[in-house]
Design a protein around this ligand. Structure first.
Ligand code: HEM
Length: 512
């Protein structure tokens, strides 16, 4: 073979290799879902996906139907959009569809944490023990104490001045309070003896948690770009600074100087220590726990309160229920009386508020749930059709579009209906239908299956405690009663609870 021919052959082979890497040679094989590789080699549809995930997936659904494979940044993602078929993904064995394989890359990139072998099992074990059942009783109490410290600290010395209206953004206010109270409940309080008195320690908690929240918000705003790996050079430096700050503030050493540290946090640290995880990695894991626990509940509390304010019937029904629960336990909010004690048991007697919380999450919680395909497999749809899925691909669900906004399952899906999840005898409604069939996964703010949010019971409690305190201790209203509900910031689709495109000015004052 001539030298020239050899060079041409080598070029041809490397071109083929390059095209293969870029995915250009991938063809839909018989039995596979429709394949849509997108306009840009290797990147595929990632720009459109990132710009507005919900809109992109709606477009793909219209084009291809309930299942399709799209190329996103070098990976092939098969999206399943038929909620009646979700079980085939959610219940599939880990040997075929694995959550960890996908999650570990993200966790490394955004928190700098390198998961250990059975990391996911450890998180689940600690969460099942301490974020549910008996563990939740303690945590609820701790959350209550911290909410009272942040929201009602001036009540003992209340002067008429304190009862003047104060103004803030509703989002800024809700996120701030719920983040800080949740953080203190999980990561512990300042020791009385370090500060000299109970009151001084409470003041330190207020101040330090506020500073932490402000830094957290900066990281929060960078988060979507960080997760997609598209930060600009200055943003990268800022993200690095913030990561280091959180590793330091939440370091095992510093957290150990606190009291009332939740068992969830201390056990998570302890088991990693026992497994020989390096100290610096333990600090990074603390940051991961902070993010998982505090990134969603604050924004969720904003939407809930806003929907209640904008729907007077809902507000009235919730207020009535709150008053009844307090009355049943012989408690009354008085100017010089003791702070109300809101226990886990009391929070179990609020079906109307539960429905309002569920409805608010249906409208604003929008995770993308993803699994890595570990071996070639097939997905069976509810209509009986089976699709072949290739090893190395990803399978994803986006319940927001597929279920939560489906008008057949949830009529008038864009409207907040506080009683959507209530039966006629004020119980929890769980029966929703599509095409005459019962839909098991009728709303999925917490995800499902192996990665389902283990903090969901605590999160709902936090939201309910916050609403309880707002309704019993404060008068509050929007500065402009005709203010429209702001749009959802579409850049955050896929990352849990959505945030608004702008804040909503409101005013509040102590009632007593
Ligand atoms: C409104 C509030 C919350 C929402 C909407 C929410 C939502 C979610 C979702 C959708 C996932 C699954 C992600 C996936 O499958 O990729 C998740 C995971 C997780 N959540 Fe939450 N969450 C909330 C609050 C909390 C709280 C308060 C905690 C802890 C105290 C928590 C702890 C976790 C943890 C540890 C995971 C990872 C689970 C695993 O790896 O298996 N979450 N959350």
């Amino acid at each position: 073979m001539s030298f020239l021919l050899q060079i041409l052959l080598a070029l041809f082979i490397s071109l083929l290799g390059g095209l293969y890497v870029l995915g250009a040679l991938r063809r839909r094989r018989p039995g596979e879902p429709p394949l849509d590789k997108g306009p840009i080699p290797w990147l595929g549809h990632v720009l459109e996906f990132r710009r507005d995930t919900a809109k992109f997936l709606e477009r793909m659904k219209k084009k291809h139907g309930d299942i399709f494979t799209v190329q996103l940044g070098g990976f092939y993602f098969t999206f399943l959009m038929d909620p009646l078929s979700f079980g085939s993904v959610v219940k599939e064995a880990r040997a075929k569809l694995d959550f960890n394989e996908f999650a570990k890359h993200l966790v490394k990139r955004v928190f700098g944490y390198h998961p250990i072998e059975d990391d996911h099992k450890l998180i689940q074990a600690a969460s099942n023990k301490h974020l549910m059942g008996d563990g939740l009783v303690l945590l609820t109490q701790s959350m209550m104490n911290n909410l009272q410290n942040l929201m009602l600290h001036s009540i003992g010395s209340v002067s008429d001045g304190d009862r003047l209206w104060q103004e803030d953004g509703l989002f800024a206010y809700c996120y701030n309070i719920v983040f800080r109270a949740g953080y203190l409940a999980l990561f512990g309080n300042e020791l009385d003896k370090t500060s000299g008195s109970v009151e001084k320690a409470r003041e330190v908690d207020r101040k330090e948690s506020d500073e932490l929240f402000r830094e957290f918000r900066k990281y929060d705003q960078l988060f979507p770009k960080l997760a997609y790996g598209v930060l600009g050079p200055f943003e990268k430096m800022e993200a690095e600074r913030l990561k280091r700050l959180f590793w330091d503030v939440l370091s095992v050493e510093k957290v150990a100087t606190k009291e009332n540290i939740s068992d969830w946090v201390s056990e998570s640290q302890q088991v990693r220590d026992e497994r020989g995880v390096h100290k610096s990695m333990q600090d990074r894991h603390m940051f991961l726990l902070l993010w998982a626990s505090q990134g969603n509940t604050g924004p969720a509390s904003f939407w809930l309160l806003l929907f209640l304010i904008k729907n007077p019937d809902a507000m009235q029904a919730v207020k009535k229920e709150v008053d009844e629960v307090l009355h049943e336990t012989g408690q009354e909010v008085k100017r010089d009386g003791p702070p109300i004690n809101l226990t886990r048991d009391m929070l179990l007697k609020t079906p109307v508020l539960d429905s309002a919380v569920e409805e608010s999450l249906r409208l604003t919680a929008a995770p993308v749930l993803t699994r890595a395909v570990i071996q070639d497999m097939s997905l069976k749809m509810d209509n009986g059709r089976e699709y072949k899925i290739r090893e190395g691909d990803r399978v994803s669900l986006f319940p927001y579009t597929a279920v939560q906004m489906d008008p057949e399952i949830h009529p008038d899906p864009h409207t907040f209906k506080y009683d959507r999840f209530l039966t006629s005898d004020v119980g929890k409604k769980t029966e929703f239908y599509k095409g005459g069939k019962k839909v098991k996964y009728y709303t999925m703010p917490w995800g499902a299956g192996v990665s389902m949010c283990p903090g969901r019971f605590f999160a709902v409690n936090e939201l309910k405690q916050f609403v309880f305190l707002m309704l019993t201790y404060f008068d509050f209203e929007l500065k402009n009663p005709d203010e429209e509900i702001p749009d959802i910031d579409v850049r955050r689709w896929g990352f849990g609870t959505m945030q608004p495109t702008r804040d909503v000015p409101f005013k509040y004052r102590l009632r007593f």
